[in-house]
Write a new protein. Structure first.
Length: 180
């Protein structure tokens, strides 16, 4: 099976899944199935929540693509940037809005501009754990000591994982298979 046939099959499966999901939601509302109704409400809350953030985040990513020069990214986040690159992606991850929905496109933009794989993987890990809004929310409900402990444990862990994963893929001459 070639790539185009495989893509077509995956698209067909996705369409069938979506149709079945919406049939389930409709059945839940008609049949007064409370768990199905709850699922539908959460689904649409999530979609509308994403629609409030994602377009603006993508605009900012587009501006990043245009305004930030490739040489600057290579200098600060490239293979020869040193340990300061991890500091920069920690700061960038802290201000990433929209969670991993926006972190992945930004990571792709960083990759296109010459950031090292180690730095990109570390950024993705950090984007999941150190976003400022999430951290403030966590402090409010779980306290400063819990949040501080979590950050002090997870930041070095994701740093180590990013470095190891990037090093393994660099040694294997890994290349992204993208159409960009």
């Amino acid at each position: 099976m070639n790539k185009n046939e495989n893509k077509g099959k995956k698209k067909y499966i996705l369409i069938i899944f979506l149709i079945l999901f919406f049939v389930f939601l409709i059945y839940s509302y008609i049949g007064d199935y409370s768990q199905g109704k709850k699922t539908g409400e959460l689904f649409f809350q999530t979609i509308f929540g994403m629609l409030k953030i994602i377009p603006f985040a993508f605009i900012l990513i587009g501006l990043f693509e245009v305004w930030i020069d490739r040489k600057t990214v290579i200098k600060h986040l490239g293979k020869d940037s040193g340990f300061k690159a991890y500091f920069w992606v920690l700061i960038l991850a802290g201000f990433t809005v929209g969670g991993l929905f926006t972190a992945f496109p930004l990571a792709d933009s960083l990759r296109k501009k010459g950031a090292s794989l180690k730095v990109i993987f570390t950024y993705l890990g950090f984007a999941g754990i150190v976003r400022l809004p999430m951290t403030i929310f966590e402090i409010t409900f779980l306290g400063v000591s819990f949040t501080l402990t979590r950050v002090l444990v997870t930041v070095p862990l994701f740093l180590l994982v990013g470095i190891i994963l990037g090093a393994i893929l660099d040694k294997s001459d890994f290349e992204f298979n993208s159409q960009s």
